[in-house]
Design a protein around this ligand. Structure first.
Ligand code: GLA
Length: 386
């Protein structure tokens, strides 16, 4: 990918102001949206995922003193740390994504170079499109570029996930970092979280992916996420499985009475959602309207009734999306509990769709949603001069 001059101009100006001189290295990593497969990743299941054309850039210039000086242009905040004494910083959570990745990479024995860096992101924060993974993967890419070594993308994703799990303290699965590192321009990925393999899935030309941000804060996401994960693990343990991936929908239905009622509901959602991922991976290239509609509707129903990751704003948004012109199907995205949702819309109707959804969502909630089309962008990498 080449450096887009409109954005780099602004970042270069900002770099000059903060650090004097100009950046020498430009790295980027995208956010993601899951097209199908909520919470299946930590159950070692499937996800159909898309790296989007909203990304985080780091414009960097190496230093010789093993210091990392950061400026976040979005938050207009700075943070500085030494590569030989990396600690988390309270009140500067964003910097912990960078610090965490530095610490994990150093732990791997990789040679790290300090740098001055401006961070600039077009991935909205706290909305479920993985702005944190984008920052982690952009950071790892920056250390690669400055250090003159290179990790394979899956290893890079795993190390970034480690940073998030152990340094930032969020027990997420591999989905976000995998998509940000491995994503491909022009297609979705069908990711198998058991062996971390993936294959490209090209959507039919006529399908436009549209993000519908409810703008409702994802307050429960943190605590409830851990709870869901624990319930799935309990279900797997009681069923004698390594992970929920290992049981079919039919067998689970037969054995559900072995599980406490709530655990059974959670497990049913995951096992059925896994099947839906495979279904949608076939329906999107074939432009099978009916299947797209049914699978996405069933995913949302299960997310609300069985996995209970819905929110009032999501129901309002779902209604608006399903009534809008050009819609093929729609569902939740990310961890749920508010945040962004995703719609599959006929190309050419995306504008009318957005106008309709905006109007109806606002009328019901008095909240201005954000509606925008996205396309599949390349995974994390170094950008070349234009
Ligand atoms: C968050 C986590 C991911 C995944 C999704 C839900 O984005 O970071 O690992 O579990 O939620 O699918």
């Amino acid at each position: 990918m080449t450096i887009a001059p409109d954005r780099s101009g602004e970042i270069t100006r900002c770099f000059r102001q903060r650090f004097a001189g100009a950046p020498t290295h430009w790295c980027r990593a995208p956010g993601r949206v899951d097209l199908m497969g909520s919470h299946t990743d930590y159950n070692l299941g499937y996800v159909l995922t898309l790296s989007i054309d909203r990304d985080t850039w780091i414009a960097a210039r190496p230093r010789t003193d093993r210091v990392v000086r950061l400026w976040s242009e979005n938050l207009r905040a700075e943070s500085t740390f030494r590569l030989d004494a990396i600690a988390a910083q309270a009140g500067r959570r964003w910097s912990n994504y960078v610090r965490g990745v530095a610490k994990v990479l150093r732990g791997e024995g990789l040679a790290l170079t300090g740098f001055d860096g401006v961070i600039h992101s077009t991935v909205p924060m706290s909305s479920g499109l993985s702005s944190s993974a984008a920052l982690e993967c952009a950071t790892a890419t920056t250390f690669e570029a400055l250090g003159g070594w290179k990790l394979d993308p899956v290893t890079k994703a795993l190390l970034c996930q480690q940073a998030e799990n152990h340094f930032v303290g969020v027990n997420c699965g591999i989905l976000d970092q995998y998509t940000s590192c491995v994503g491909r321009e022009g297609c979705a990925l069908l990711l198998d979280c058991r062996d971390l393999s993936s294959r490209p899935v090209r959507l039919a030309e006529r399908i436009q992916i549209v993000i519908c941000d409810t703008k409702s804060k994802r307050q429960l996401a943190g605590s409830e996420y851990g709870l869901r994960r624990a319930q799935c693990e309990e279900g797997a343990r009681r069923l004698g499985l390594r992970a929920l991936r290992e049981i079919s929908v039919e067998e689970l239905h037969r054995r559900e009475q072995e599980l406490p009622a709530e655990v059974a509901k959670r497990c049913r959602f995951i096992v059925e959602e896994n099947q839906r991922v495979l279904g949608l991976a076939a329906a999107l290239p074939a432009f099978d309207r009916a299947a797209i509609r049914e699978l996405t509707a069933a995913s949302f129903r299960g997310a609300c009734e069985l996995y209970e990751i819905g929110a009032p704003a999501m129901h309002v948004m779902m209604q608006a999306m399903l009534a809008a012109p050009g819609v093929i199907g729609a569902r939740q995205a990310g961890a749920g509990f508010g945040g962004c949702m995703v719609a599959f819309v006929e190309k050419g109707s995306a504008d009318a769709f957005a106008v309709f959804v905006r109007k109806h969502y606002f009328a019901a909630t008095e909240t201005e949603p954000e509606i925008y089309a996205v396309k599949a962008a390349a995974g994390a990498g170094v950008m070349a001069e234009p």
